[in-house]
Design a protein around this ligand. Structure first.
Ligand code: NAD
Ligand code: ZN
Length: 365
């Protein structure tokens, strides 16, 4: 069928909206009519080729939509189902079977290979094949084909057009907190970076009952906004030493911390701000080869723990319904981070995310 898609063609250049051909969904796939898609920092770094993902490609990995066609081997989905699309995983390797599909041994190929395991690409135009299945979905398209087992059915009670980011950015920040750090009620949490991922982590910390929530960034407007959503303290790390500030606020060091920046000095600040037996997690993406030094001589005695976390170590079919439930109870107001754009304005949405004026852009078809 013919559909419209935003195609990434070269690093640092605008996506091109083109009419493209979408092939038939395979036996294990669904064809989804995308209603809206979030834009995540990861779309921008792939457009800019931080990882060697072949171009041209249809990016987008926070898609929400309606099932339009169901492959012959798929059970449990019907035409008309409202869905959020999560990252792809094989479902068969040891990590998938152990309940950690975000560490699927085939995760890189399935999410960044931008083709099916058989080498086919779902999109094409007169210039040739165009990469598909980015994060299993390539949701910057009006219609797309996705492997069914990564697709999460969602209730009618919430507006579908705000749900896409639950499939990546929002799941990443909140999952790192709820699934990995698991802060105890009454504990302290510091979050470095107040983008969509960091803010989602903050909301999850608040929902967990953490009572000291410290947000660290270098953009004053974002820190002010964080206060309105639940931060008990903010630290502008351009003006003050965040490690000293966090130690002062917490009386010695924070219980849990999250680095959403992927900036080596910030990672070191996160480590150094932890208290005894504290637990820190990194979710911010850095280019392969990026190193961050920390003092293993001193830190051994602290008993602290550091986790590297992909997609909040979530099982999307289990976790996304929980986030929706928290949202419906008013305990996870992540919709306050969202600004909607028309699909045609997708490059403006990328620009507003890059300059910090929009926390979580969503393009609506
Ligand atoms: P964002 O760009 O909106 O937010 C990043 C924030 O970090 C900004 O507010 C920025 O001001 C702040 N920051 C940058 N440098 C800083 C510094 N030196 N000190 C303090 N603050 C600083 O991005 P986002 O959408 O929130 O995503 C955050 C990161 O998470 C990105 O790297 C993204 O690629 C990554 N990510 C990872 C996963 C995963 O599975 N691990 C999934 C989704 C996104
Ligand atoms: Zn993402």
């Amino acid at each position: 069928m013919k559909t419209r898609a935003a195609v990434a063609v070269a690093p640092g250049t605008d996506l091109e909206i083109r009419e493209v051909e979408l092939d038939e969904p395979r036996n294990n796939e669904l064809r989804v009519k995308i209603v809206a898609s979030g834009i995540c920092h990861t779309d921008a770094i792939i457009r800019d080729q931080w990882y060697p993902v072949p171009l041209p490609v249809v990016l987008g990995h926070e898609g929400a939509g309606i099932v339009e066609a169901v492959g012959s081997d798929v059970d449990g989905y019907a035409v008309g189902d409202k869905v959020v699309i999560g990252p792809a995983f094989c479902g068969e390797c040891a990590q998938c079977l152990a309940g950690h599909p975000m560490y699927c041994v085939n995760f890189y190929d399935r999410n960044f290979g931008v083709q099916r395991p058989d080498g086919s690409k779902a999109f094409s135009d007169e210039s040739g094949p165009i990469g598909s299945h980015f994060f299993g979905q390539s949701s910057f398209a009006e219609h797309t084909n996705v492997v069914a087992h990564g697709v999460v059915k969602v209730p009618d009670s919430v507006p579908l057009d705000i749900l896409g980011p639950l499939g990546c950015g929002i799941m990443t920040g909140s999952g790192a907190v709820l699934n990995v750090l698991q802060p105890k009620p009454g504990s302290s949490v510091a979050v470095f970076g107040t983008g969509a991922v960091g803010m989602a982590g903050m909301l999850a910390a608040k929902a967990s009952g953490a009572t000291t929530i410290i947000m660290v960034d270098i953009v004053p407007s974002r820190l002010e906004f964080a206060k309105t959503l639940g931060a008990t303290h903010t630290v502008n790390s351009k003006e003050v030493d965040p490690v000293a500030a966090i130690k002062e606020i917490t009386g010695g060091g924070v219980d849990y911390a999250l680095d959403t920046t992927g900036v080596p000095p910030v990672f070191a600040q996160m480590i150094n701000s932890l208290g005894t037996r504290g637990h820190g997690a990194l979710v911010g993406a850095a280019k392969p080869g990026t190193e961050a030094p920390f003092d293993i001589g001193t830190l051994l005695l602290s008993g602290m723990k550091v986790s590297m976390v992909v997609e909040g170590d979530s099982v999307p079919k289990e976790f996304i319904p929980r986030l929706i439930s928290l949202y419906e109870q008013g305990l996870f107001p992540y919709d306050k981070l969202i600004k909607k754009y028309k699909f045609e304005d997708i490059n403006q949405a990328f620009a507003d995310s890059a300059d910090g004026s929009t926390l979580k852009p969503i393009v609506v078809f």
